[in-house]
Design a protein around this ligand. Structure first.
Ligand SMILES: Nc1ncnc2c1ncn2[C@@H]1O[C@H](COP(=O)(O)OP(=O)(O)OP(=O)(O)O)[C@@H](O)[C@H]1O
Length: 300
């Protein structure tokens, strides 16, 4: 009852939005699609929710084929699109009633599934959806996507534009839904959220770079990464890019992440080079790879 994607390709005229994508999502798995804007995440969601037909390949969702069984898929999946999908002029309660009605159900029938989430927005049930905060809109959209008790839930960048506290709460809700036997495919551009998934697919320019558990993905990182910092970060990044032995250089929070081409790299050599570039207060320390580092390496 999961998802199976086999060699799916989709183009918009000359833009190859998806190129030969294959992966499986196991029943009750929380699977993440991680990639930057334009990677093809929305296109894949639209194919899997039967809103778009792929040029090549096949896919099944909850055991149903996305082309021949599209009607069955529509009643068995919940879809929370990236852009706010609710009716802005309807109230919280009216939106929920509306979605329940079009799926031939009632709020009462499946209240158990949404209760934990709905109680948080219930105090605002008479407020128009357009007047809710980002976090509350997102909770309402999730309730609407769940109201017909779907077997598979598709969430396209559900936390984009949402504050950090609401983002954390949202992921806790997803973990609880997973325990209710709902398979979840979620996309996000946030690498910290990737670590919360059971497995992830890193996707860029319509292609999958790697699929594995977040732990395994970072373990495969091939090099030692260094956090580098100095008095002038702009000059530092320029100097590191000029250093002939650099393998990769990119800003990472308050540091620059640096890897070296050489197997026997000694940070003291880099220190000498940076000092000769008029940099001071230089710090070079070893650090461990994150999912973002892996993504940067694979996307090179
Ligand atoms: N209707 C369309 N017509 C033409 N090109 C499109 C269309 N929709 C998407 N694209 C292009 O296809 C590629 C994949 O877009 P898609 O929206 O699937 O990516 P995404 O990962 O969801 O990114 P975003 O978060 O920006 O939506 C991009 O290059 C995009 O410009």
């Amino acid at each position: 009852m999961g998802i199976s994607v086999n060699h799916i390709s989709k183009s918009y005229k000359n833009v190859k939005a998806l190129q030969d994508i294959s992966f499986d999502v196991k029943p009750s798995e929380l699977f993440g699609l991680i990639g930057p804007d334009g990677a093809g995440k929305t296109t894949l969601f639209r194919v899997l929710t039967t809103l778009l037909i792929a040029n090549e390949g096949t896919a099944t969702v909850a055991g149903f084929d996305v082309v021949t069984d599209y009607k069955k898929i529509r009643s068995n999946v919940g879809y929370m699109p990236g852009k706010f999908s609710l009716y802005q002029d309807l109230t919280v309660e009216e939106n929920l009633h509306f979605f329940a009605t079009i799926f031939g159900t009632t709020i009462e029938e499946n209240y158990d599934l949404i209760k934990d989430i709905y109680v948080q927005i219930e105090p605002f049930k008479n407020r128009r959806a357009g007047k809710l905060s980002g976090g509350m809109k997102q909770k309402l959209a999730l309730c609407c996507a769940l109201i017909h008790k779907p077997k598979v839930l598709f969430l396209d960048e559900p936390t984009t534009g949402v504050d950090p506290v609401s983002r954390k709460e949202f992921w806790e809700m997803l973990k609880r839904l997973q325990q209710k036997d709902i398979t979840i495919l979620v996309s996000t551009p946030y690498m910290d959220e990737a670590a919360l998934c059971d497995r992830i697919a890193l996707i860029q320019e319509g292609q999958i770079l790697e699929i594995d558990t977040p732990e395994a993905i970072v373990k495969h990182y091939p090099k030692q990464i260094y956090n580098v910092r100095a008095n002038n970060m702009y000059q530092l990044i320029k100097s590191l890019n000029d250093y002939e032995y650099n393998h990769s250089v990119y800003p990472f929070g308050e540091f620059i992440h640096y890897t070296d081409k050489r197997k026997d790299f000694n940070p003291d050599q880099l220190l000498v080079f940076l000092k000769s570039n008029q940099l001071s207060n230089i710090e070079i320390t070893e650090t461990v790879a994150t999912i973002e580092d892996t993504f940067m390496e694979l996307a090179k």
